[in-house]
Write a protein that binds this ligand. Structure first.
Ligand SMILES: C[S@@+](CC[C@H](N)C(=O)[O-])C[C@H]1O[C@@H](n2cnc3c(N)ncnc32)[C@H](O)[C@@H]1O
Length: 460
C-alpha cells in the first residue's frame, strides 16, 4: 500500500474513560482530516499512551480540535522501555528537527507526566536534569513558554502493582490538547432543557465524531428527545434537524425532569438549548413525527443520522397505529382515522432505522446509533445489517451486570435501490434480531435479580 508522504511519529495521551470508543473516534477523525490510521502498536486496549504515525502536524492539530477521547498530542522525539533506552532514542532523533524549537531566543518548559505513579518534586527535577544532553539553548519560562516539552512515564495499569521503574518512557514536543473541557461546559447538569434520557455530553461528542460530522453537514436525529445529540453536531458546525413522536418533548411542554421543578418553563425546548451554547443558527427544526412512518420524499438529504432510539426502559417504544381493525371501506379515508399508539418492536425499529438511513444518507454518510443488548445472549450477528451500509465500529457500554448498549457506526457505501430494502433480512438472521424485543423484560429481570441478591447479602 502506498503511503501518503513521510510519516512522523506522534504520541497521543488518551483519557482513561470509554475505552472502547477511543479507537473508532481517532480513526474516524483521521479519515475526516485526510490522515490514515497507521501505527505499529498492536494494542489499543487499555493503555493511555498511543504512538501514531501521521503525515503532518496540521492533521494532528485538526484531530485535537475534535477529539474528546484524547487529552493531548506530542511530536514524539524519543521512546524507550527504560530511561537509558529513551536517551539513546533521543540521541538518534535528527537534530535538524529539534533545533527550530530549541534556539537561543526561544523560551521553553519541560513537564513530567506519570501514569499510575506519583513522583516527588525532587524526582521530577532529577529527570529534567538528566535531559541536559539535549541541545536546549533557549530560556526556561514556566509561565508562558513558547514551547512545552513533556517526559511521560508509563507505570502500567495495575494500581495494586506499581513497578519501581516505568514500562515505557516517552519524550516529545507538546502540540495541542483535545476537547475534554466540552464535557464540562456542555454538561447536562447546566443545560436549559433536559429529559429523563438526555444524552450525556461526552458521549454525544463521541457519537458526532464517530459520525464524522463536519461543518455545513446536515445531521438528523429521528428520536430527538431533548436534542442532546443535535447540540454536539451543531458544535462542530453542522445544521441539525430532529423528529420525535412525543408532542410534549418537541414543544417543551409537560412535566419537568429536574428535581425541584414541576412543569417545564416557557422556553424549555431544543432551540433554546442551542441558543444557550451560541448555536441557534444551526437549528433547522424539530417536528412531531413517528420514525416508523417517515414522511420524507425520496432522496438523499443527510450527511449523518445520529440517534439514540428508545429501549423502553425510561420511555416507551411506540409508534402510531391502531390495534382495531380498520372497517372495510375506511382504508381510503386516512383523515378520518385518529392514530393511537401501538407498541413498536425494537427489532422493527432498528430495521426501519437502517432502511431509512440507507435511503436518505448521502454516499459516505454515517449512521450512528445505540443498540441495547442483553449481554448473556449477545452475539455479533445480532447487529442489524443492510447491503448499503458497512459496519464501521461496534463498541460496548455496560448498563448493568446483564445489559449493555452498543454504539453502532455504519457508513453508506452503496446507492439505495428498492430491492435492497427486503434483502437485508435473511430468515435465519431475523430470528436473532427478535431477541431485542424482550430487552425491557430482560433489563428489569436483571435489575430485580441483582437487587434481590444485594438485599440478601446485606441481610447475611
Ligand atoms: C432515548 S430517547 C432520546 C433522547 C435524546 N437523545 C436526548 O438527548 O434527549 C428516545 C426518544 O425517542 C422517542 N420515540 C419513541 N418512539 C418513537 C417513534 N416511533 N418515533 C419517533 N420518536 C420516538 C421518545 O419520545 C424519546 O424522546
Amino acid at each position: 500500500m502506498a503511503l501518503p508522504g513521510p510519516l512522523n511519529r506522534y504520541l497521543l495521551l488518551m483519557a482513561q474513560e470509554h475505552l472502547e470508543f477511543r479507537l473508532p473516534e481517532i480513526k474516524s477523525l483521521l479519515s475526516l482530516f485526510g490522515g490514515q490510521f497507521i501505527s505499529n502498536q498492536g494494542t489499543y486496549g487499555k493503555s493511555p499512551f498511543w504512538i501514531l504515525s501521521i503525515p503532518s502536524e496540521e492533521i494532528a492539530r485538526n484531530l485535537m480540535k475534535r477529539t474528546v477521547c484524547a487529552k493531548s498530542i506530542f511530536e514524539l522525539w524519543g521512546h524507550g522501555r527504560s530511561s537509558e533506552e529513551l536517551y539513546s532514542s533521543l540521541r538518534s532523533y535528527p537534530v535538524e528537527k529539534m533545533v527550530p524549537f530549541l534556539h537561543s531566543d526561544s523560551t521553553y518548559k519541560i513537564k513530567i507526566h506519570t501514569f499510575n505513579k506519583t513522583l516527588t518534586q525532587e524526582e521530577k527535577v532529577k529527570r529534567i536534569d538528566a535531559l541536559e544532553f539535549l541541545p536546549f539553548e533557549g530560556k526556561v519560562n514556566l509561565k508562558k513558554p513558547q514551547h512545552i516539552f513533556s517526559l511521560l512515564e508509563d507505570y502500567g495499569l495495575d494500581p495494586n502493582c506499581i513497578p519501581e521503574n516505568p514500562h515505557n518512557v516517552y519524550f516529545g514536543r507538546w502540540i495541542a490538547d483535545g476537547q475534554r473541557e466540552l464535557i464540562e461546559s456542555y454538561s447536562i447538569k447546566k443545560r436549559h432543557f433536559i429529559g429523563n434520557t438526555s444524552m450525556d455530553a461526552g458521549l454525544s461528542f463521541i457519537m458526532a465524531n464517530h459520525g464524522k460530522v463536519k461543518e455545513n453537514d446536515i445531521v438528523f436525529d429521528p428520536f430527538v428527545g431533548t436534542g442532546g445529540l443535535l447540540i454536539a453536531s451543531a458544535h462542530f458546525g453542522a445544521y441539525v434537524y430532529g423528529t420525535d413522536i412525543d408532542y410534549n418533548t418537541v414543544h417543551g411542554l409537560g412535566k419537568a425532569s429536574r428535581k425541584n421543578q414541576k412543569w417545564r418553563g416557557p422556553d424549555e425546548n431544543i432551540r433554546a438549548n442551542l441558543r444557550q451554547y451560541g448555536l441557534e443558527k444551526y437549528y433547522l427544526d424539530v417536528l412531531v413525527s413517528d420514525a416508523s412512518k417517515p414522511s420524507w420524499r425520496k432522496g438523499t438529504y443527510f450527511d449523518a443520522i445520529i440517534t439514540d432510539p428508545p429501549y423502553g426502559i425510561r420511555e416507551s417504544t411506540r409508534r402510531t397505529g391502531s390495534q382495531k381493525e380498520i372497517p372495510k371501506g375506511m382504508e381510503k379515508c386516512p383523515e378520518s382515522h385518529v392514530p393511537v399508539s401501538l407498541s413498536y418492536h425494537l427489532s422493527d425499529m432498528f430495521f426501519d432505522l437502517l432502511n431509512f438511513a440507507a435511503e436518505t444518507l448521502v454516499l459516505g454518510g454515517r449512521l450512528v446509533y445505540w443498540l441495547p443488548v442483553y449481554t448473556p445472549e449477545y452475539i455479533e450477528e445480532m447487529v442489524p445489517s443492510h447491503p448499503c451500509l458497512k459496519l464501521i465500529s461496534n463498541c460496548e457500554q455496560k448498563l448493568s451486570s446483564h445489559t449493555s448498549r452498543r454504539l453502532i457506526t455504519m457508513e453508506k457505501v452503496k446507492k439505495f435501490k428498492n430491492r435492497d430494502q427486503s434483502s437485508h433480512l435473511p430468515n435465519d438472521h431475523s430470528l436473532l434480531y427478535q431477541g431485542h424485543n424482550s430487552f425491557r423484560e430482560k433489563y428489569f429481570s436483571g435489575v430485580t435479580k441483582r437487587i434481590a441478591k444485594e438485599e440478601k447479602s446485606s441481610q447475611e
